[in-house]
Design a protein around this ligand. Structure first.
Ligand code: SAH
Length: 346
């Protein structure tokens, strides 16, 4: 049986070395071999905030309800999630917002998901609520929208550029003399003009600009909350990482069998959004963001309801907020349509 490594090697022989972004795209989404397309190992290969504590999705649900009200509680709106994984965040958000009058009746739940396997898992998980799947943000129906995305931006393919004296060269994946996949540098190809160049390496995710474009085209009001890891300012250098069974592995060792991720360039996302006339709140570290949304109070309430699980509940929340866990490295940023008041939590 051909593996993704075989296919990548054949592609390189036929067409020359691949940009890192093409490699990421094929490793994650190739229909026959891609990681998300065929064997998404959420919870095994890597663990995300909604899988760490139910409080994460609950607070994001409450946030969505607050913002729905701030928009004037429209009687129909899209409650959108980008890359919902196993559907845990949305399930927790919907449970937490059950008491909010009118919210769920008004919500048209739209999930933007590339992976057929994960679409199925999401439909099962959220079965009491009708959900619709679409391929991209552009396919979300018209109308007011509240958009949530956790650990979605970090898997958008990145191009990498390395400084070579005065010039910049694109990092590519080619073949060694023994026919193995190796990193190398293209003869030319500079970073896009708008990239902020500092240091000796820079990563650019073209998808960030496409997301801003898709948001800017929406006519009805929206809020889009993205939570991910990355520096608050300054572009990431070389941050491509691969994870399998909870451990970091060589990204070239087993293509398609591990999750691939890069740090998100929040300042570039904010720059694009401002240039497109959108409102920008943050980026703000996850710990303080969840703190303003009331994570302590919710934790105490859960412990009171279930004292036997106190240490487990406490540990989950600590993982989300502590500075040396996810509290500082993860950031929240909210992009909004023009003319909305500042969002809650920032
Ligand atoms: N938000 C979830 C899962 C994060 S993993 C959580 O926090 O647990 C990334 C998710 O984004 C997966 O569901 C993956 O299939 C999806 N995804 C990645 N790239 C995508 C793309 N370009 N379009 C749609 N979905 C994508």
């Amino acid at each position: 049986m051909t593996t993704l490594a075989d296919r990548l090697k054949a592609l390189i022989v036929a067409d020359g070395p691949l940009p890192v972004s093409t490699f990421m795209q094929l490793c994650l989404h190739d229909p026959q071999h891609g990681y998300y397309a065929t064997r998404p190992g959420l919870g095994e290969d890597f663990r995300t905030a909604p899988e760490t504590s139910q409080v994460f999705g609950e607070l994001l649900g409450i946030w969505a309800a607050l913002e729905w009200r701030a928009m004037g509680a429209p009687s129909r709106f899209n409650l959108v999630e980008l890359g919902p994984g196993r559907g845990t965040l949305m399930a927790d958000a919907l449970r937490a917002t059950r008491p909010v009058q009118g919210f769920q009746e008004a919500a048209n739940i739209v999930l933007v998901e590339a992976s057929p396997a994960l679409r199925e898992a999401q439909t099962d998980r959220l079965s009491p609520h009708g959900v619709a799947h679409v391929d991209a943000l552009n396919d979300v129906p018209d109308g007011p929208s509240i958009i949530l995305a956790n650990e979605f931006l970090d898997c958008l393919p990145a191009r990498q550029f390395v400084r070579d004296g005065e010039a910049w060269r694109e990092r590519v994946i080619g073949l060694s003399e023994t026919g193995d996949l190796v990193f190398g540098l293209a003869a030319d190809r500079s970073p896009p003009g708008e990239a902020q160049l500092s240091g000796d390496a820079v990563e650019v995710q073209p998808g960030l600009a496409l997301i801003v474009d898709a948001l800017a085209e929406r006519e009805a009001p929206f809020r889009a909350l993205f939570i991910d890891y990355g520096p608050a300012d300054g572009a990431p250098g070389d941050t491509l990482r691969a994870f399998k069974a909870g451990a970091q592995v060589d990204p070239l060792a087993a293509p398609g069998e591990c999750d691939l991720t890069v740090d998100v360039d929040f300042s570039r996302l904010a720059r694009h959004a401002r240039a497109a006339g959108l409102g920008v709140a943050g980026p703000m570290p996850q710990g303080p963001f969840l703190g303003t949304l009331g994570i302590e109070a919710r934790m105490r309430q859960l412990i009171q309801q279930n004292p036997d699980a106190a240490s487990e509940i406490h540990r989950g929340v600590a993982d989300l907020v502590e500075p040396d866990k996810m509290g500082l490295r993860f950031k929240a940023i909210c992009l909004s349509s023009p003319d909305l008041p500042p969002p809650a939590g920032f």
